[in-house]
Design a protein around this ligand. Structure first.
Ligand SMILES: [Zn+2]
Length: 391
């Protein structure tokens, strides 16, 4: 007997893209609501289309090795989603009870705790959940749990709507569009020095949160004209109002579904990647204190290896020192990750080898120019140290 009482497909979950150990990956599960037994094949195809769309959009495309994707099959008795806006109102019997909000016509949501419980019961490893709804009309949204994104399959840009919702729950960025609410001048009416915690919107024109990204000499506010498509400045209009709230770039997927993520939202995706996964799965040979030092006869080379998740754009520093010395010797600093082979000399005294203790260190860091915020750069940093005794 399952706690949630849902009807499972078989198997309950399927790993669609396996890029590595869930302990070191951002695991996204895709679940469907309003899909009947006969519609499971359609759901599987919808999930496939979504995963393919994810893999196309930057910066996810570049960081795709940090993601796993799984699909959960649950069966609804009836197709659709609960919709109070139709005449008569629709009340299909679906597994997850997703519904259009009574107060906002396009807001398609569901009971997050139930969806999270179902995901857990399926046995799939998950960090975030995307719920595709087989609703007859367009819609999407997220709720305050910042864990589940919902989108209707029935619009031609549905994968992009879902990736927009994923922007909320994974990258934790705010809507940059306007027009759903009456325009309120937040800066004037509320005198907020800095609008809410969202990194991609601000009321502060003097020094917006994304000041590191500003195009030198850019006009503030920045004119909303095509010539400024690649400029980073402060464009008025974001977070549902056209007054007093600014966004970093003219175009962003958090504003329109046919655009890519702006530089600020992209950087927050990378932050999400490193919040959940490290730059390397591990290092070889395995070594962790209090393990005794590796004993080595110094006859053949000893190879150290960083098992990086993504082989490109990793700044790597390898360095060594004799433990009685103070300074590290930087043997190799590379722009891309490489294995490191040491040929440490054995100390000799009167023809006799004398044991010498060495420390060897590897420091990895994401060198991408998509990162400008130091705290995000340091989030990517990973360090390993080995102790070796040459005999
Ligand atoms: Zn953006």
């Amino acid at each position: 007997m399952s706690l949630t009482g849902v009807n499972w497909g078989s198997p309950k979950y399927t790993t669609m893209v396996n890029n590595g150990d869930p302990d070191n990956r951002l695991d996204i599960v895709i679940i469907g609501d309003g899909y009947t037994t006969a519609e499971q094949t359609m759901f599987n195809e919808d999930a496939r289309v979504l995963v393919d769309a994810f893999a196309q959009i930057e910066p996810i495309r570049t960081y795709i090795k940090h993601f796993n994707f799984h699909r959960i099959n649950v069966i609804s008795k009836e197709s659709g989603a609960i919709d109070p806006h139709t005449d008569p109102p629709q009340k299909p019997d679906t597994a997850l009870k997703t519904f259009f909000s009574p107060i906002a016509e396009r807001r398609l949501i569901g009971p997050d705790p139930l969806v999270m419980l179902v995901a857990t019961e399926s046995g799939a490893p998950w960090d975030k959940i995307l719920c595709i709804v087989n609703a007859p009309r367009r819609g999407g949204a997220t709720l305050a749990s910042m864990t589940v994104g919902y989108a209707s399959r029935n619009s031609n840009d549905y994968p992009r709507i879902m990736i927009h919702e994923a922007g909320h729950i994974i990258a934790r960025v705010m809507d940059e569009y306007t027009g759903e609410l009456p325009d309120i001048d937040f800066a004037k009416d509320w005198s907020l020095p800095s609008f809410l915690p969202w990194p991609n919107i601000d009321t502060n024109l003097e020094r917006p949160k994304w000041w590191r990204w500003l195009t030198p000499g850019v006009d503030m506010p920045t004119p909303d004209v095509q010539a400024n498509n690649d400029v980073v400045g402060a464009f008025q209009g974001a977070a549902y109002t056209n007054l007093g709230v600014y966004r970093p770039q003219r175009r962003c997927l958090m504003r329109r579904h046919n655009h890519d993520f702006c530089v600020v939202c992209s950087e927050r995706w990378i932050r999400a990647v490193y919040k959940r996964s490290r730059i390397a799965d591990g290092f070889l040979p395995e070594f962790r204190l209090p393990q005794p030092p590796i004993r080595w006869d110094a006859e053949r080379p000893l190879i150290f290896k960083a098992q990086v998740v993504r082989g490109k754009g990793i700044k790597t520093v390898w360095r060594t020192k004799k433990l009685e010395q103070i300074r590290w010797r930087r043997r190799q600093a590379t722009s891309d990750y490489q294995d490191f082979m040491v040929t440490l000399e054995a100390n000799r005294f009167g023809g006799q080898k004398i044991p010498t203790a060495w420390a060897i260190e590897c420091i990895l860091e994401d060198g991408s120019d998509r990162i400008r915020t130091p705290s995000i750069r340091s989030l990517s940093r990973q360090k390993q140290r080995w102790y070796v005794i040459t005999m």
